[in-house]
Ligand binder design. Structure first.
Ligand SMILES: *[C@@H]1O[C@H](CO)[C@@H](O)[C@H](O)[C@H]1NC(C)=O
Ligand SMILES: *[C@@H]1O[C@H](CO)[C@@H](O)[C@H](O)[C@H]1NC(C)=O
Length: 499
């Protein structure tokens, strides 16, 4: 399929997602009061269209119903264990999506922390036009709340042991479930996985998932890129901790150019998969946190992705960082915290974040155009040739701060090899000079000095300063490697030499 036809298809699918319904309602988030009234006047059928399933011994769902204690027992509900309920989102085709079974399996794969795993199957109400599905979220939320209240009354199952995990529209269903519980106590936790944006962005806390809906609310935002003024995932924070992997707008490995890899995996569903890729990434990041206990991703409080990319936000002081996913540190606070992190394009998603601060001394007046690469040697592994491009070249005496992410754990950083790739101009001039007058004087120094490299590792919170290994020659020259070692170590060595 050529790209233009592909993009037309994509636009069509996307616009189905966000199209106004047949009654021509506008795309603007309308006042929710109107919708609520409409909902309340329509009669709620007694037998719900929502099905509640439990996954006991088998992975096949076992349906439970309010007022049916026998079913609860038959389905293997253990009231001394927490209850984790998955709530899916809007559906195009009325089929429960594959990630649901993956998440069920991941939740059940933890022998150390057994839980009851359930599913709120509201597919019958979710496969309508998006706008209608949105209206149904409040109704389904009330039904979930009714089930949880019944569990409380019938088997004394505390609402504080409930964790709702809602994807897309399901995140708001979770919110409505929480706010419809009644009483003074709240349910334990709600996790919103890329909570839906259209018709929710900018609405008041009572009309969407909000921190008031549970003792602890966390959300992972993965697809907030705008299209025609709307984004599939909501941008605004709506929990106690809101995670924005890779800035939250779009995810690595989800570019349309990856379509062919998706075709190999999903056949004809590839186009839908490609479109859903960033949205559904929130789910896979969460599943990853369950499956890879040893490689939990850390995210850091930051104003925005720009500051994060400069490496300015790798602090863990005073609750400024937290763990993404199931094992998040549950610290409710009054204000939403927006946390950022970088991830890999596939599982395991974890990367290791580093802030590098490089101070140049440029004795020349003009900025020097440069491409550098760095090789990092750690106690466990090394990373070769990481390119560094500095905007507008190296200006005089400036400190450059940037974020470097590594896909592997290199252990403690012990040496940095710094390599000036060349700057077209400089290297060429030198070559020419040397070729013409091979006996001529040594080419003049570049006038570019690099004295120290300061490094902060996000994951270990370790700070290090690196100095040139050879202090006699701190000039940088094109196509020449400079080695930097820990400064303390250096001074120790030189003392030994003196002795
Ligand atoms: C319920 O879970 C508890 C705690 O893990 C366990 O000791 C108990 O045997 C379980 N009960 C049933 C009926 O499986
Ligand atoms: C940069 O600093 C060095 C020494 O600290 C100084 O000699 C040089 O003039 C400075 N360059 C500029 C352009 O300020």
């Amino acid at each position: 399929m050529d790209t233009s036809r592909l993009s037309v298809t994509i636009l069509l699918v996307l616009s189905t997602f966000i199209q106004p319904n047949a009654h021509g309602q506008s795309l603007e988030p309308e006042p929710f009061g109107r919708r609520t009234r409409a909902l309340e006047t329509s009669k709620t059928p007694h037998e719900t269209k929502t099905r509640f399933l439990l996954f006991g011994e088998t992975h096949r769902g076992c349906q439970i119903q309010i007022d049916r204690l026998d079913r609860l027992q038959e389905c293997g509900f253990n009231s001394s264990l927490p209850l984790v309920m998955i709530i899916h989102g809007w559906s195009v085709n009325g089929i429960l999506e594959n990630w649901i079974w993956q998440l069920v399996a991941a939740l059940k794969s933890q022998p150390a922390q057994p839980v009851n795993v359930g599913l709120v199957d509201w597919i019958a109400l979710a496969q309508n036009h998006y706008t209608i599905a949105v209206r149904n979220t409040r109704l389904v939320g009330k039904e979930v709340a009714a089930l949880l209240r019944w569990l409380e009354e019938s088997v004394q199952f505390s609402r504080s042991h409930v964790h709702l995990i809602g994807y897309s529209l399901g995140a708001h269903v979770s919110g409505f479930a929480g706010s419809s519980m009644g009483g003074t106590r709240k349910i334990g936790r709600i996790t919103g996985l890329d909570p839906a944006g259209p018709l929710f962005e900018g609405s008041s806390p009572g009309d969407r998932l909000s921190p008031d809906d549970a003792d602890f609310v966390d959300a992972i935002h993965t697809f907030t890129r705008e299209y025609m003024g709307l984004s599939v995932g909501i941008k605004q924070p709506l929990g106690h901790y809101d995670f924005y992997p890779n800035g939250g707008s779009f995810q690595p490995g989800c570019h349309f150019l990856e379509l062919y890899r998706h075709i190999a995996q999903h056949g004809l569903n590839a186009i839908t998969q490609t479109i859903k890729c960033s949205h559904e990434r929130s789910v896979h990041l969460f599943i990853d946190s369950l499956l890879h206990a040893g490689t939990q991703s850390t995210a850091y409080l930051c104003r925005d992705m720009d500051s994060f990319s400069q490496g300015l936000c790798l602090s863990c002081k005073k609750g400024r960082c937290n763990t993404l996913g199931y094992h998040v540190r549950q610290e409710p606070q009054s204000k939403s915290k927006r946390l950022f992190l970088v991830t890999r394009a596939q599982s395991p998603f974890k990367v290791y974040h580093y802030n590098f601060k490089i101070q140049f001394i440029n004795q020349r007046e003009k900025p020097t155009e440069t491409i550098f690469t760095m090789s990092l040697l750690g106690t466990k592994e090394k990373m070769q040739k990481i390119p560094i491009t500095l905007d507008k070249g190296v200006a005089s005496n400036k400190t450059y701060s940037f974020l470097i992410t590594l896909e592997a754990d290199i252990g403690e950083l012990v040496m940095i090899k710094f390599w000036w790739e060349s700057s077209a101009g400089w290297a060429n001039v030198w070559d020419t000079v040397q070729t013409i007058i091979p006996w001529g004087p040594r080419p003049p120094d570049s006038g570019l000095l690099l004295k120290t490299i300061r490094v902060k590792a996000g994951e270990t919170q370790q700070r290090m300063t690196f100095c040139p290994e050879n202090t006699d020659d701190i000039q940088l020259r094109p196509t020449q490697e400079k080695r930097f070692v820990k400064c303390e170590l250096k001074s120790k060595n030189s003392k030994q030499k003196i002795r």
